[in-house]
Design a protein around this ligand. Structure first.
Ligand code: HPA
Length: 241
């Protein structure tokens, strides 16, 4: 682990405060909800900029949950610090995504095997080609096994991690859809690249909150049910890795 003084610029904690696996929703209030509803003896370990982080136990195993904020720069910062300075081995993003495949429906779960991106995040690595950000196989396999156990409706494939939620180019979505990309979110590619560069492990799990092409939508109550299934899949995956 890199030498570092604590606190780091964005996390007011020490390595012992985090479990080896951190679940990362985008929204700090989701992190609080997960800690309060799923973790026993949850302790608040970070609250810099309201990015709430908690550590507690799930089925007797230590697990942490901390928000990532929205977008690749934000998850890039938090995952970098957790991997490099806090001894975290696994980060599982638990988020929402907008579907762009006709086969994927609102409330389904997407397990992001790969993350395409329109961001320039990879340019920092000065690679002589294009990097393909992928999930860590071990985490992904465990998540698929757990999705089966929960009887979840799930898809495994590519997502698009986009720098824009509101995109001026109306044709862009269709072009990604033509390449078989299942859904759009805004964080997984940076998380996967940080994990690769640090020799650590990452996975993105999303519940589909809306369908960008068909306009199919869901009620808050239905979203909550799928969210619960996704969380249980993520937590079972966390304690098995
Ligand atoms: N775009 C990007 N991220 C998202 C979306 C979307 O349409 N829906 C949920 N997360």
């Amino acid at each position: 682990m890199a030498e570092k003084n604590y606190p780091t610029p964005h996390i007011n904690a020490e390595p012992k405060d985090f479990a080896r696996t951190v679940l990362m929703p985008g929204d700090p209030l989701r992190a609080k909800f997960i800690a309060e509803h799923y973790l026993a003896n949850a302790v608040l370990v970070n609250n810099v900029r309201g990015i709430q982080g908690y550590t507690g136990t799930y089925k007797g195993e230590r697990v942490s949950v901390m928000a990532s904020g929205m977008g690749m720069p934000s998850i890039g910062i938090y995952s970098y610090e957790l991997f490099n300075f806090f001894g975290v081995e696994n980060i599982i993003r638990v988020g929402t995504a907008g579907a762009i495949s006709p086969d994927v429906h609102v409330r389904d779960i997407v397990i992001a095997m790969g993350a395409c991106t329109n961001s320039n995040y990879a340019s920092q690595y000065k690679l002589p080609g294009t990097f393909a950000p992928t999930a860590s196989y071990g985490l992904m396999k465990t998540a698929i096994d757990n999705a089966e156990k929960h009887g979840a409706v799930y898809h495994v494939g590519n997502c698009l991690s986009s720098d824009t939620f509101y995109c001026d180019d109306e044709t862009a979505t269709m072009q990604w859809a033509r390449m078989g990309v299942l859904c759009i979110e805004m964080e997984a590619a940076a998380l996967y690249m940080n994990a690769a560069r640090c020799g650590k492990h990452a996975l993105g799990l999303f519940t589909v909150s809306d369908h960008i092409l068909t306009g199919e939508a869901t009620t808050a109550e239905e979203r909550q049910t799928t969210f619960t299934t996704m969380m249980e899949i993520a937590l079972d995956t966390a304690i098995e890795n």
